[in-house]
Design a protein around this ligand. Structure first.
Ligand code: G1P
Length: 300
């Protein structure tokens, strides 16, 4: 079985970000800042913290800013060096030195399953981690590390699951599950992409972290379009979950904090929560926020 440090990470970033127009007309949604870092950097840092330094991004048109962000910016570096501004220089070079980042274009936007299939040549015949570029998982949690370890010990695909309210299930892939002997680990017996009201098999939604086995590529290669006319990763996982000779699918039920920065309301809460958690900004921002809320209440 491979050790966690041999896993590659795949991050699909080809989505159009229409929920954030007009901000995302010329800017990739993954470049929206949460406090002072673009969303994508949090995701790459999460992969690196789990020991994954080979990162493949599945990109599309209009995504050059992403490549620039992880490349060097000599002009800026020289200016900051001349000024002796070590702190800002470190901020600029951090994203460059973080990981070995590769890029492949998705071409036709035919869905998440299609984007993942584009990783086949780079990933090869090994299990790999898939991190969706919109989701920020609390940096203090070891979710991805636990998922990689579970794949290593079982050979199964592993998905991150979170309990969500009934009225939000239609936005996710939702899992039918059975308990296992381990706390917070479930066997996934079926998956439905974006179920209609009343058709969800449980309240456990797949959030944007997966450890996948290379057999997923064989399934994706022949998969017909599913929900929304797109090639759905959820459908490929469903196939592996029910196929008798396949390694199966396990879920880790995650109870920590997660922000879907692709949704405007969740994005706003991400900015507020993560600013409050920051040592440099949190105290002053928190004090302002308390006053602001008090003033609002007073007026209300
Ligand atoms: C995708 C997947 C879905 C998953 C979700 C997690 O949907 O298709 O199964 O639950 O990510 O964020 P999307 O958010 O791209 O519509």
């Amino acid at each position: 079985m491979p050790k966690p440090h041999t896993f590659k990470a795949v991050i699909p970033v080809a989505g159009l970000g229409t929920r954030f127009l007009p901000a995302t007309k010329a800017l990739p949604k993954e470049m929206l800042p949460v406090v002072d870092k673009p969303v994508i950097q949090y995701v790459v840092e999460e992969a690196v913290n789990a020991g994954l330094t080979d990162v493949l991004m599945i990109t599309g048109r209009n995504k050059n800013a992403l490549e620039n962000h992880f490349d060097r910016n000599f002009e800026l570096e020289v200016k900051l060096e001349e000024k002796g501004d070590e702190m800002r220089l470190e901020r600029v070079t951090r994203s460059t030195d973080l990981a070995e980042i590769h890029y492949v274009r998705q071409g036709d936007p035919r869905g998440l399953g299609h984007a993942v299939f584009k990783a086949r040549a780079h990933v090869g015949n090994q299990p790999f981690a898939l991190l969706l570029g919109d989701d920020i998982i609390d940096a203090a949690e070891d979710l991805l590390i636990r998922m990689l370890a579970l794949n290593s010990s079982t050979g199964a695909c592993v998905v991150a699951l979170m309990e969500v309210p009934d009225d939000e299930l239609g936005a996710y892939g939702v899992a039918a599950v059975e308990p296992t002997d381990s706390v917070d680990v479930v066997r996934v017996t079926g998956l439905v992409e974006k179920p209609l009201p009343g058709e969800a098999p449980s309240n456990l939604a797949v959030v944007g972290r997966y450890v996948l086995v290379p057999e997923i590529f064989d399934v994706l290669e022949h998969l017909p379009p599913g929900r929304g006319g797109e090639i759905q990763l959820t459908d490929a996982l469903q196939t592996l979950a029910v196929k008798p000779d396949a390694p199966g699918v396990l879920g880790i039920v995650y109870r920590g904090s997660r922000h879907d920065t692709g949704d405007r309301l969740a994005y706003l809460t991400a900015v507020v929560e993560m600013a409050l958690d920051r040592g440099d900004l949190g105290p002053a921002f928190g004090a302002w926020l308390d006053d602001f809320v008090d003033a609002r209440r007073g007026r209300g």
